[in-house]
Design a protein around this ligand. Structure first.
Ligand code: LLP
Length: 451
């Protein structure tokens, strides 16, 4: 088994992450539990920043907060010197509350609201990544009202289809994201920004998809963006100063998976940008990337307790755990597949083929179809690996389950960074209309028949 980050298995077969034994974490914080390996997150931040800056002179790495965003995470990202990409008012609020410097924040999103744009402009964020022409109107209007110049990157749809699940593939022309190069929309947007007194064109952006394990699609995307930068220069005379190639770097989920080779990724994209600059006579732009999953994906482990076990002779054995769809919708949504470890018998040999089921009322609520594990009993702990990205951030209260806690572990210390929800939290925002309660004065809150 490929252990992740600081994981190790003790001689008595317990899985330890960040120096904390999983059974201890379960006793202290309960299950399900999101465990984040802080050292691994920090190592990935440094790895991306240094791989890129070794390959290219002027770089900027922004962590894509949609993968996993909390106050502590924003602090960590800032401590590690990365910028931050946010996609919503909520992610922006989280960042600002954490004291993240606005001048290192990029704001994405394909349908930003007036309020979201106003908050970003007021805060003075680094860049708005403009997704469509409507957003340009919005930005122009807010910038004029606030008497501020707003610095933008234009998100291109480069027309590239990397091999990944169709719901997490975004670079093809038929996509809700970005402005098409092929259909001329991107150039329309460029001209409008250049004609504006309030908007400043800083760069071009593209993001081709997520969980991409090969480097070639990134090279193709870089080429397309640079060719468009050359078109922009020819058509308008404007030199683009920034090229942002988005995120998408893939990580290990299943045994035998390899993370995208980072050094090759960095050298490929920087070589393409450099060569295109030479070929088109362009100045070298600042090179930006926005990895999310790569930073947190492998650092996350979800710890569950085994409950009901159902064997259908000759067909399948279902091992149910105390979580599932609500804390990790990725299996149901994308047929994502995961690897798991019996957390207190991690060195025991596999004994049987089982499927790990969630506890929610949904047949599709499965965490793992077909995995070889030691024989599990109710009460055993099961650790599902590589759950750091897009699990907590996509979690729900389906079936009215409270959301699990998130802990950061490092050097034997575990700190809660998101407290476990309670049943009180689950009903906290519910309201019962007064008219549902028997009242003394039946006409008091009624507007029916009071003509
Ligand atoms: N930049 C932009 C503009 C993006 O749209 C995304 C992800 C990223 C960066 C970060 O991508 P990453 O490095 O994490 O692949 N919920 C899906 C993934 C959706 C990705 C959306 N955009 C999943 O669970 O697989």
């Amino acid at each position: 088994m490929d252990l992740r980050g600081t994981m190790r298995i003790t001689i008595d077969g317990r899985l330890e992450i960040g120096g904390c034994a999983c059974d201890r974490l379960a006793r202290e914080f309960g299950t399900p539990l999101y465990i984040m390996d802080e050292e691994d997150i920090r190592a990935r931040c440094r790895e991306v920043a240094s791989a890129l800056s070794r390959a290219y002179p002027d770089t900027f790495v922004a962590y894509a907060g949609k993968a996993f965003s909390t106050l502590a995470m924003c602090k960590l990202v800032h401590q590690e010197g990365l910028g931050l990409d946010v996609v919503s008012g909520g992610e922006l609020y989280t960042a600002l509350q954490a004291g993240f410097p606005p001048e290192r924040i990029l704001f994405h999103g394909s349908n930003k609201s007036v309020e979201e744009v106003e908050t970003g402009v007021r805060a003075g964020i680094l860049r708005f990544v403009v997704d469509n022409l409507h957003e340009l109107d919005l930005l122009e209007d807010v910038a004029r009202r606030f008497r501020r110049r707003v610095h933008v990157q234009i998100r291109l749809t480069p027309g590239i289809e990397p091999h990944t699940h169709e719901y997490i593939r975004t670079g093809q022309l038929d996509s809700k994201f970005g402005l098409g190069i092929a259909d001329g929309q991107a150039m329309v947007a460029v001209k409008r920004v250049l004609a504006s007194d309030f908007l400043v064109l800083e760069g071009l952006h593209c993001h081709i998809g997520s969980q991409i394990l090969a480097v070639e699609p990134f090279g193709m995307a870089a080429a397309v963006v640079m060719d468009f930068a050359s078109e922009v220069r020819k058509t308008t005379g404007h030199s683009v100063r920034e090229v942002n190639l988005g995120g998408g770097l893939g990580v290990r989920y299943r045994p035998g998976d390899e993370r995208v080779p980072l050094a090759r990724y960095a050298s490929l994209i920087s070589r393409v940008v450099r060569e295109k600059c030479l070929a088109h006579g362009l100045e070298m732009p600042r090179l930006m990337v926005e990895p999310g999953r790569y930073i947190v994906g492998e650092a996350g482990t979800t710890l569950y307790t085994v409950g009901a076990i159902k064997e259908i002779p000759g067909i399948r054995k279902y091992v149910s755990v105390d979580g599932g769809l609500a804390d990790n919708p990725r299996v149901a949504l994308y047929h994502a597949s995961y690897e798991a470890v019996a957390a207190t018998r991690a060195s025991a040999p596999p004994e049987e083929l089982v499927s790990v089921a969630g506890r929610h009322c949904e047949s599709g609520d499965m965490l793992i179809w077909d995995i070889q594990l030691p024989r599990l009993r109710p009460g055993d702990l099961l650790a599902v690996l590589s759950t750091g990205a897009y699990t907590y951030s996509m979690s729900s209260n389906y079936n009215r389950y409270p959301k699990p806690a998130v802990v950061f572990v490092r050097a034997g210390v575990a700190d809660v960074v998101v407290a476990r929800e309670t049943y009180q939290d689950v009903v906290a925002r519910d309201r019962i209309p007064a008219r549902f309660e028997p009242s003394q004065d039946a006409s008091a809150s009624s507007c029916v028949g009071t003509a």
